[in-house]
Design a protein around this ligand. Sequence first.
Ligand SMILES: NC(=O)c1ccc[n+]([C@@H]2O[C@H](COP(=O)([O-])OP(=O)(O)OC[C@H]3O[C@@H](n4cnc5c(N)ncnc54)[C@H](OP(=O)(O)O)[C@@H]3O)[C@@H](O)[C@H]2O)c1
Ligand SMILES: *[C@@H]1O[C@H](CO)[C@@H](O)[C@H](O)[C@H]1NC(C)=O
Ligand SMILES: *[C@@H]1O[C@H](CO)[C@@H](O)[C@H](O)[C@H]1NC(C)=O
Length: 376
Amino acid sequence: MKKIPVLLMGCGGVGRHLLQHIVSCRSLHAEMGVHLRVVGVCDSKSLVAPVDVLKEELNDELLSEVCSIKSTGSPLSNLGASGGCQVFNGSEAKRETEEIAKLLGKSTGLAVLDCSASVETVEILMKAVDWGCCVVLANKKPLTSSLEHYDKLALHPRFIRHESTVGAGLPVIASLSRIISSGDPVHRIVGSLSGTLGYVMSELEDGKPLSQVVRVAKTLGYTEPDPRDDLSGMDVARKGLILARLLGKRIVMDSIKIESLYPEEMGPGVISVDDFLHNGIVKLDQSIEERVKRASSNGCVLRYVCVIEGSSVQVGIREVSKDSPLGRLRGSDNIVEIYSRCYKAQPLVIQGAGAGNDTTAAGVLADIIDLQDLFP
Ligand SMILES: NC(=O)c1ccc[n+]([C@@H]2O[C@H](COP(=O)([O-])OP(=O)(O)OC[C@H]3O[C@@H](n4cnc5c(N)ncnc54)[C@H](OP(=O)(O)O)[C@@H]3O)[C@@H](O)[C@H]2O)c1
Ligand SMILES: *[C@@H]1O[C@H](CO)[C@@H](O)[C@H](O)[C@H]1NC(C)=O
Ligand SMILES: *[C@@H]1O[C@H](CO)[C@@H](O)[C@H](O)[C@H]1NC(C)=O
């Protein structure tokens, strides 16, 4: 049986689903001849690890306990040292996490998983790469900071996987990687990469006002707690940047043109969420309604997309033909159109649910299994 040691950073919606998938796939993985050995789980403040990470693992019972503690919103440290595991807190957790990565990276191999939403993990990830660890990310931030960080993380392409950073479980990165490695030049990528904005744009198409659509989306739980986090386009820009960097483009976040759906004077630092939802956003209804009508008279619909072409990445509202894969998109699905030499007149299209804890965690799990040949 091939053993893959894994260390999980981040135990929120995605991290917990991942632990559940690992446990429920035990017999499937056994049939495949692999076993995932969980040697550490971290939240923002603590690390839980077995006493001897070379020989022991966190057993399934303990992993379930970790999930139930974290799902009540409690810190991991509530677990207390029990059943042969240790809990490290604060700076000690950080130091111990590094110790594990160093020890296992250089011996049995280790997959370090980033299911946090933090910029802070990049430091340990870079060290882990140096120590020979593999890295699997759902977190976009380490890949969208400086080019120096990116180059370091992507130094050994066989050792890094990050399928879930773009389109959750959809095989966007895998498909694009295959096109790239076959030497087929990619001319253009157009993607609707936010489930929230996909939903908003398709509701606008039905003639509903923006303010109403956003309020409903928030009630349905489709948006971040502050919907402006979706409407700013920042998350889409991060995904666009990841795809552009995969294509070899030397681009930083600051060079991306991002169209925010609200003006600066309605920003989070200026007015409250409530004020935005009740007084601010209605002022935006009319101009967007006019744009929807104008598009319609051209046989088009509006989509909030990221466009990667030449050396530029642009993020914002575009008119697209009603009769294209993007134009036919409805609801909160994501879609990516890839145009290359082989996919010239008709693009390669990847479409489906682009968010959700379950799907995202499934993408991370498939990434880990994809690394199995790197383990003894
Ligand atoms: N959910 C989706 O549909 C989806 C789709 C695609 C990608 N993603 C990405 O997946 C990641 C996880 O999403 P989520 O919804 O699970 O987030 P979440 O619920 O906010 O969970 C984040 C977790 O990371 C932990 N954390 C924060 N800083 C950390 C650090 N420095 N080291 C280790 N752990 C740290 C948090 O600890 P505490 O519990 O102590 O706060 C928390 O457990 C995000 O980057 C997100 O963008 C999510
Ligand atoms: C994902 O998990 C988080 C944290 O448990 C939860 O608040 C959120 O509703 C979940 N999202 C979905 C789509 O299930
Ligand atoms: C970490 O904190 C928890 C709860 O406060 C405690 O039970 C545990 O002993 C601490 N671990 C260490 C190594 O100090």
